[in-house]
Design a protein around this ligand. Structure first.
Ligand code: GLY
Ligand code: MN
Ligand code: MN
Length: 433
């Protein structure tokens, strides 16, 4: 276990706090039905600070002249380990995860009031889970109840996520290495899907190819539910049924990415089931690809968050006019936002431990400036539902092209460029099946 990044992040949190105590629990296990649980996934904030993946754990950062890092975790229990597998226990966790002190989780309620005594502030995330809120406030109240012994209770209760969001937004070298790994696995999965696609098989059989590749190469899970949408299904933005049969002449839109060691990748590719774009499919596809290129050109330090979106929208809006999907001139289509009939989502989001990652998009009412180390997706699309004024040849075409970009000192690095996306690269790959 490389503990250096987590130590560095806890030290940075302590520095931001100055004096006070931060308390961050991991996620609970959740029952799916009766004795079956959902696959366990730790809390992203907790994991960012610890690298610790067991449930029932809390990290406490005591900031001040002598900062201390504490971990509360499950006890070592050989009986339970026969059923559920290895657990560190406080002794091994202290060593392996570089904590100053570790305790069993059942000590938390006893020790927290002592840790909060004479501290000016407690940093916790309140409002996410009422049982946790009550617990944190209970500890603060316990310290208040000791007032006559001369102990002072924290006067400020502040949101710890607000501090951590900023830390998470700029990825360090360790995080970028993992994200490159996640992106490489996902690009391979999209290539595998292109090779496997043919008329007569189902969307879920393509989903199986993606999942196979994710797990075969060591990713723990998908980062979100895979969208495998053929034909008109591609115009349903969050289509996840994945149960239709692929048809000759349809496009197939796949939005799928794995999670590797906590970090998400997020890729969309759209390609013809039979390996050749029809003329209308190609026209729409080339337009979305041009919009994506325009957006990627705007991913550079100093540009506002909105610049890639605005660039994509301008290209798409002109394209919708040229394809006779919309009437009016460009200024009017932009002003009245009529392009939203065919492009109704934004062009990207932060990417990291969460697929829609932590971090504000605006600061003081202004779009945030891009900085090196930020990771975002660039994902324009076009979704043409049949209807009034829609030329029949374009009806039910849905296209999205999505890549993952890291802002660098001079522009950006595309993590997912190995997944083919030009018409000729896609057709060449599919012809070689
Ligand atoms: N796959 C989720 C998204 O693209 O935002
Ligand atoms: Mn995305
Ligand atoms: Mn996506």
């Amino acid at each position: 276990m490389n503990t250096a990044p987590h130590l560095r992040r806890r030290a940075r949190l302590a520095q931001l706090i100055g004096k006070g105590v931060a308390i961050i629990p991991t996620a609970p296990e959740r029952t799916r039905n009766r004795d079956a649980h959902y696959p366990y996934r730790y809390d992203s904030y907790f994991f960012h600070l610890t690298g610790f993946t067991e449930p029932e754990a809390v990290v406490v950062v005591v900031a001040g002249e002598k900062p201390r890092n504490l971990l509360f975790c499950r006890e070592k229990n050989e009986e339970r380990e026969i059923w559920d597998g290895f657990r560190y226990g406080p002794v091994a966790a202290k060593e392996s995860f570089a904590f100053d002190e570790t305790y069993t989780i059942d000590q938390l309620d006893k020790l927290m009031p002592d840790l909060l005594a004479d501290q000016p502030a407690v940093y916790a995330h309140l409002g996410g889970d009422s049982a946790w809120d009550a617990r944190v406030l209970g500890w603060v109240n316990e310290v208040r109840n000791r007032a006559r012994t001369g102990v002072a209770a924290p006067r400020d209760i502040a949101d710890v996520h607000t501090l951590l969001d900023d830390l998470r937004l700029i990825k360090d070298a360790d995080e970028l290495a993992t994200m490159r790994g996640a992106a490489a696995i996902s690009t391979g999965a999209h290539v595998r899907a292109m090779r496997a696609a043919r008329a007569g098989i189902t969307e879920y059989q393509i989903e199986a190819e993606l999942l196979h590749e994710f797990r075969r190469l060591g990713a723990q899970s998908p980062a979100y539910t895979s969208i495998v949408a053929s034909g008109a299904n591609a115009c349903v933005l969050h289509y996840v049924s994945n149960d239709a049969v692929l048809k000759d002449g349809d496009l197939l839109l796949i939005d799928a990415g794995c999670e590797l060691d906590g970090y998400a990748s997020d890729i969309t590719r759209t390609f013809p089931v039979n390996g050749r774009f029809s003329a209308p499919q190609r026209a729409v596809y080339e337009l979305v690809l041009a919009a994506q290129a325009a957006a990627i050109a705007e991913v550079k330090p100093g540009n506002p968050w909105n610049a890639p979106h605005y660039a994509a929208v301008k290209v798409l809006a002109q394209g919708f006019i040229d394809l006779k999907l919309l009437t009016g001139d460009l200024a009017e289509v932009l002003e009245k936002e009529t392009y939203r009939k065919f492009y109704m989502h934004r062009t990207g989001h932060w990417l990291g431990l969460d697929v829609h990652d932590a971090g504000d998009y605006k600061r003081d009412g202004q779009w945030r400036a891009l900085q090196p180390g930020m990771v975002l997706t660039v994902e324009p699309g076009c979704y043409i539902r049949p209807g009034d004024g829609v030329p029949a040849e374009f009806a039910n075409i849905g296209v999205r092209i999505e890549d993952d970009a890291v802002v660098t000192a001079t522009g950006c690095e595309i993590l997912t460029s190995a997944a083919p996306k030009t018409v000729s690269d896609i057709e060449t790959l599919m012809a070689s099946r």
